[in-house]
Design a protein around this ligand. Structure first.
Ligand SMILES: Nc1ncnc2c1ncn2[C@@H]1O[C@H](COP(=O)(O)OP(=O)(O)OP(=O)(O)O)[C@@H](O)[C@H]1O
Ligand SMILES: [Mg+2]
Length: 308
């Protein structure tokens, strides 16, 4: 059984206007996406800014109301649950955020930060709690004394490790990582990503990895869903997406990955021109007359694309 099965999820935000603040329209932030996460895999959600990645992650963790669709976690629909029933799953699904500074409370030391979820869910003595927090802090590569320090006393990479320690405290099954390294220096990004891969094995974690950076997604993910305006344009294994992309939008994203090798830059520039050309001439293959994308069509067991 898949750990999480999202089926036709929609999240529409109301737009209010006029004197009575009536709902006049909706932003279709997520407009019918479906995907499954198998235990232990890393699934990447990619797409440009505003395509609905964060909204999808927040809906799964229960921070956003769902307009329609199902989110089956171990076979039970999270979207149908009331607050109390849902709370049982708070332990199993945790989120790591983009900006570790704003997601940590500056007035709480690290002990209190990491112990917070434990205090909400487990009854531990002060001694037991201290042992657990110290284990976690060491596991994420910080010194035991760190627990009496405050967030501003750490570097960005260290703060993200603290965020990860807090997410791990309740031994979750699924971690939704929303742009976990985008706010970090490039030199620190690789460290945090490698570390996330290490703990994935140790803690049997499944990741939903959200990023706009296809380079990072390629490094981290087994399977990938490409989002565009609240929908999927393509889904496939990392190989299918990087070596055999079918949708012009996916091709555009891949062609936009910066080329490090100066000898290949010229080649890449030509590739980008060719894709722009294809976008103009083959537009109707990818979008209907109203500019809407088509439903996903299966190319293989793992590869689907939204084409005519
Ligand atoms: N609380 C909100 N109320 C109304 N509209 C919202 C709200 N949050 C997000 N949106 C809109 O929903 C759409 C999707 O936003 P979302 O934050 O999910 O995008 P994203 O893919 O995470 O983008 P980014 O890469 O910039 O983080 C955007 O058009 C955004 O303006
Ligand atoms: Mg986002």
């Amino acid at each position: 059984m898949s750990l999480l099965k999202v089926n036709d999820l929609k999240v529409h935000y109301p737009i209010r206007g006029g004197f009575f603040r009536k709902v006049v329209d909706h932003v279709r932030a997520v407009d019918g996406i479906s995907f499954e996460l198998q235990p232990g895999e890393t699934y990447g959600l990619v797409g440009e800014s505003g395509c609905g990645k964060t909204t999808s992650g927040r809906a799964i963790i229960g921070l956003n109301d769902v307009t329609a669709g199902q989110m089956m976690f171990e076979g039970k629909d999270l979207a149908q649950m009331g607050r109390i029933e849902r709370r049982k799953y708070t332990k199993d699904i945790q989120m790591i955020f983009q900006d570790p500074y704003s997601s940590l409370n500056g007035r709480k030391n690290i002990l209190n930060t990491i112990a917070e979820p434990l205090r909400n869910f487990e009854r531990l003595s002060a001694k037991e709690e201290l042992v657990r927090v110290q284990e976690l802090v060491e596991r994420v590569g910080l010194t035991p004394e760190s627990i009496y320090k405050y967030p501003h006393q750490f570097s960005g990479g260290q703060r993200q490790r603290i965020g990860i320690a807090r997410a791990l405290a309740l031994k979750p099954k699924l971690i939704i990582a929303d742009e976990p390294v985008s706010a970090l220096d490039v030199s620190v990004q690789a460290q945090v990503l490698n570390f996330m891969q290490e703990i994935q094995e140790d803690f049997d974690l499944t990741y939903l990895f959200i990023s706009h950076d296809l380079g990072i997604i390629q490094h981290m993910c087994d399977r990938i869903g490409i989002m565009y305006r609240g929908r999927f344009v393509e889904e496939g294994t990392a190989d299918e997406i990087y070596k055999n992309a079918q949708h012009v939008y996916t091709k555009r994203l891949i062609a936009a990955i910066p080329e490090m090798n100066p000898e290949k830059r010229f080649e890449k520039m030509h590739l980008r021109q060719a894709i722009n050309q294809e976008y103009q001439t083959e537009y109707n293959n990818y979008f209907d007359n109203d500019g809407r994308m088509y439903d996903l069509k299966k190319l293989s067991d793992t590869h689907s694309v939204a084409m005519q």
